[in-house]
Ligand binder design. Sequence first.
Ligand SMILES: [Zn+2]
Length: 177
Amino acid sequence: MFAGKSEELVRRVRRARLAHRGVVVVNHALDVRAGGGRVASHSGLEVPSATVAGAGEIPGLVEPGTELVAIDEAQFFGPELVPVAVALADAGLVVVVAGLSVTFDGSPFEPLPALMAVAERVDKLTAVCMVCGRDAAYHVRVARGVALDGGADAAAPVAAHVGGAESYEARCRAHRG
Ligand SMILES: [Zn+2]
């Protein structure tokens, strides 16, 4: 999280549109951050998107002239996204997928690992550790105000989910536990 994945997806979509390529942008109905109907980056860039309830709806969005299918927050789609993305790529489309590859407890988060295995190209973006500033490949759930070492403003990982996206922090390998 906080690695600029949606930002990179939006950047590629905008470049493709500037090149007059047919583009379909897809997000999942469970992704409600931007209010639906668009993919937005943290820095404010956004593009319109088709909101679907499952990967099975994606092929139906492809029209004659579609050259690129961009799928954001792919972790919401689950493993059923893999055969759909492969079929689109096999049909000659460029498929750009952005999503989380690890869960908050550091485990592989399908379908991203499976998609990374069959992709021609993988760009692994990392955030910045909120503790030390190193590259952060992980994210943890945190509770504000929970004392970690006596400080009232310290943030500590907790087992329970306590809020929205603001309750996650990017962390490096040393600070993810
Ligand atoms: Zn760190």
